[in-house]
Every structure is written in C-alpha cells, then in structure tokens.
Design a protein around this ligand. Structure first.
Ligand SMILES: Cc1cc2nc3c(=O)[nH]c(=O)nc-3n(C[C@H](O)[C@H](O)[C@H](O)COP(=O)(O)OP(=O)(O)OC[C@H]3O[C@@H](n4cnc5c(N)ncnc54)[C@H](O)[C@@H]3O)c2cc1C
Length: 430
C-alpha cells in the first residue's frame, strides 16, 4: 500500500525514529490513536532531565513585542507607486521567524520581475526585523545592491522580542484563500530548508528535544513542530516540513506522568541570529540607514526603484493597511541554565536566558509589561516545573552547570505551590 509522508509519520515515523535511536527495530503498540515506543536505547532519550529553576528571584527581564497580525495572513505582492515598485512582505503574526526565508524568497522573485532587464540592480529594503534582513540577503543573492532603511535595528525590533521557535502555523490566519495557501506552503518548505542550513554555523539556530509529559497517550500538543497549534493534522503543512513525535510509555521516561510525548523543536536565538545576518549583509556590500518613513510619498525620494516593504506592524500607518493589528506577546526571562537542553510547554532555553512565554493579547498596542500576565506566566511555570513532575532527578549537577545549588527557601516555595495538572500547558503558540 502506498503511503505518503504524513501517513508514514503518523503510523510509523516513530518506528523510523526508534531505528535511528536504537539501531534495532523496537515493537510498537498503538494506544488511543498514538504510537507507543516501549523501548528506547539507553542514552538516546535521556533517562533524566535537568529541572528548570523557576523562582521570582531568577527573573532577569520581561519583554513585550507586538506581533504583526492580519486575519487574512501575510501580505506578499507587488504594487506600483509612480516609477517605483513596492513589494510588500509583512503581516506574519506569530510566524515571522518560521516563514522568513520563504516569504523573502517570494518577495525577491517579485523584485527580480520588477527589475526586468534593467541594468539598475539597486533595491531598498524597509525594515530590519527578521523579515527585512532575510529579504535583504536574498536580494543580494540575486545580484542586487541593497540598502536597508529602518526606524529601529536589533535589539530594538519586534523580532528581538520573539519566543522564536519554528512554529509556522501558530495563530496564523482566519480567512485564507487557495492562492494564499499555495504561497504559504512554498514559504514553509523554503524556510524549513534554509534554517537547517544555518544550524551550527554561528547563527544561533539549533534543534532541541521537546517534552510533553501527559497522562493521556492520545493527547495532542507540544513535542515537535508538527504539533504546534494543531500542525500535526493541518493540511496546510507541506510534505516533509515537519518532524514526528513519539509517545514513551510508563517507565520509559523521566517524568512522573504515565506518558511523555517527545519531539524536536527548531529554535532561534534572536540576538545572535539578527546580528549575524546584519554582518552578512554588510559583508556583501549592503548598507543600513536608520530612517523612519511616514507616508509612501517619502519613499519617492529614494534612489532605488525596487523597494521591498518589510515594516511589519509599521505598514498599518505607512501603507494604511487596515487589517493589521497587534497581538501583544510578553516573555519573562530567567537566569540562563546551560544544562537545559529541551523545551517543555512555553519554556525555551537560550544562551541568554530561560525564556517563559507567551501571552497573546489581541489589539493591545501597549509596550508596558502587563503585570497580571507576568504573574500568570510565573505561576504556570512554578506549577509546570514543580519537582513532583520529575520522576527521576539528577543525582549530581552536570559538569557544565554554572548555577548554584537551590537554597532551602526556594524549595519551600516549590513545596507551597500545588502540583501541576499535567494536561493544560502543552499547546504550543508563538
Ligand atoms: C512574544 C512573541 C513570541 C513569538 N514567537 C514566535 C515564534 O516562536 N516563531 C515565529 O516564527 N514567530 C514568533 N513571533 C512572531 C515574530 O517575532 C514576528 O512575526 C516577526 O518578528 C515579525 O518580523 P518583521 O521583520 O515583520 O517585523 P519587526 O521585527 O517588527 O521589524 C520591522 C522593522 O520595520 C521597521 N519599521 C517599521 N515601520 C517603519 C517605518 N514607518 N519606517 C521605517 N522603518 C519602519 C522597524 O523599525 C523594524 O526595523 C513571536 C512574537 C512575539 C512578540
């Protein structure tokens, strides 16, 4: 019987993973619609995971970013303004990191068409967030001289305030068209490939395990990019752009729950990544000019006749895009723990801190920290990383661990918090 990749991942992808882990074929038992992996070779899925130290005293910052959301999805098309062609590439909502290289590729194709046979290969990019920077690099790859104009540069863009995982269908759109779906699928496939090529090359891109302890073998959520926001069953995801999830049965994982879903997550470190791409742009002859534009008229004074607009939420005022609205997101960052090498629920570890998120407050333009959301984030984390969630805890700190042992009063705080309901926190959003 022919089997496409999606069915393969669902029905037997875990078997493939098991082979890769163990070198011998484990036997799998289907239960509650999920696939159980009763045996994993020692050393492949860790038998212990290091706990994240959650406490108010370890909070080092809380950041706020406004996701550029459009109910009908990102806008990707060319528009003529007098002698200039403006290629729009904005409105990525909670998926700007995930789709960046993909929509930048599509925008670059429009720019190449607009330039036609002209010998003038200069292009302007508006915006220096992840969408503008990837667009600038791809224009350079297609032979353009690029100048990036932006009101703000890293570390002051929305892209710096991102949770930043590969979550291509997170809270994406409400009104899709077949044309938009086709653009989206191409964008995901391209982006997924480009990001993989950046792993371990100094861009802050890496793969980490994703754990979802659960008492129900059939529950969804967490554990790999295919689960993000229902992506596991989303017909929107193109073939080959998702990893699988396995369900480890009782006794086969280090959590006190019956099961643990295990997947992988691609993560980005915004402060490393954005500055690395800026250096690349400069290395290939690009320039950055800090400048804010108030109306399309302002753009007419630019020398470049091809302009790629990646101003994110700024396009609402600049181009009068009435659909754009902010979805406020807040992240709370704790002291880094270099030994944490997995993501769980809304926690993602980075070299600059343990990141807890991610709130979604629609139509809220305020850049102030929302105290209620902050308290909620911390309370959830205290519950979700309560010591009772770990069946086995490490006897000793790993060699690279740099944090000090937990003082007794912190443990007392843990004890005061109630043990976690395990099912509620694994709905990956970004
Ligand atoms: C809390 C949070 C979590 C997130 N998690 C994820 C995730 O896990 N995965 C994911 O893929 N995405 C995630 N996102 C979404 C992602 O961060 C955004 O989609 C992305 O940053 C948008 O990038 P951008 O380049 O379009 O916009 P921005 O980063 O906002 O950049 C816009 C640029 O345009 C410039 N600009 C704006 N207006 C003007 C103007 N008038 N003139 C000149 N310059 C202008 C700005 O100065 C800036 O340089 C998250 C976002 C938040 C807030």
């Amino acid at each position: 019987m022919a089997m496409d990749r999606r069915s393969f991942v669902k029905a037997g992808g875990s078997a493939a993973l098991g082979l890769a882990f163990g070198g011998c074929a484990p036997r799998f038992a289907a239960q509650g619609g999920a696939v159980l992996a009763p045996y994993i070779a020692p050393g492949q899925i860790p038998s212990v995971v290091y706990p994240v130290h959650i406490s108010w005293e370890r909070v080092i910052r809380t950041t706020v970013g406004l996701r550029p959301f459009r109910p009908s999805g990102f806008r990707l098309e060319a528009e003529r303004f007098d002698e200039k062609t403006i290629v729009h590439n904005f409105g990525h909502g909670g998926t700007g990191w995930s789709l960046s290289w993909g929509t930048a590729t599509l925008a670059t194709e429009h720019a190449v068409d607009a330039a036609g046979d002209s010998e003038d290969r200069r292009a302007a990019v508006l915006g220096a967030g992840i969408v503008g920077l990837t667009s600038a690099r791809l224009l350079q790859r297609r032979g353009f001289d690029v100048t990036v104009y932006a009101a703000a540069l890293s570390p002051e863009t929305t892209s710096n305030m991102s949770w930043a995982g590969f979550t291509p269908v997170s809270g994406l759109v409400r009104q899709r068209t077949p044309e938009w779906d086709a653009q989206f699928r191409r964008a995901v496939a391209i982006s997924y490939r480009e990001h993989q090529l950046l792993v371990a090359r100094g861009y802050g891109v890496s793969w980490i395990d994703s754990y979802s302890p659960t008492n129900s073998a059939g529950s969804t959520g967490g554990g790999g990019n295919r689960e993000a926001d229902g992506a596991g069953d989303s017909p929107l995801m193109p073939e080959g752009a998702e990893t699988g999830t396995i369900v480890l049965g009782p006794g086969r994982h280090p959590f006190s729950t019956k099961y643990c879903r295990v997947g992988v997550q691609m993560r980005y470190e915004p402060s490393i990544y954005l500055e690395a791409i800026m250096r690349d742009i400069i290395a290939f002859g690009g320039k950055f000019i800090v400048r804010k534009f108030d109306t399309p008229r302002d753009l007419m004074s630019l020398d470049e006749s091809v302009i790629v607009n990646c101003t994110g939420l700024g396009s609402k005022a600049l181009f009068g895009d009435s659909e754009l609205m902010p979805i406020k997101g807040q992240l709370t960052v704790l002291v880094p723990q270099p030994e944490i090498n997995y993501t769980m629920g809304s926690m993602i570890p980075r070299s600059d801190g343990i990141v807890l998120g991610h709130t979604q407050l629609p139509d809220d333009w305020s850049l102030e920290v929302n105290q209620e959301a902050l308290i909620r984030t911390m309370e959830n984390a205290l519950r979700n990383f309560h010591p009772s969630i770990f069946r086995r805890t490490p006897r000793a700190a790993p060699p690279m661990r740099v944090v000090s042992a937990e003082p007794a009063w912190e443990m007392a705080k843990y004890a005061a918090a109630s043990p976690p309901p395990v099912e509620h926190f694994f709905g990956l959003e970004s």
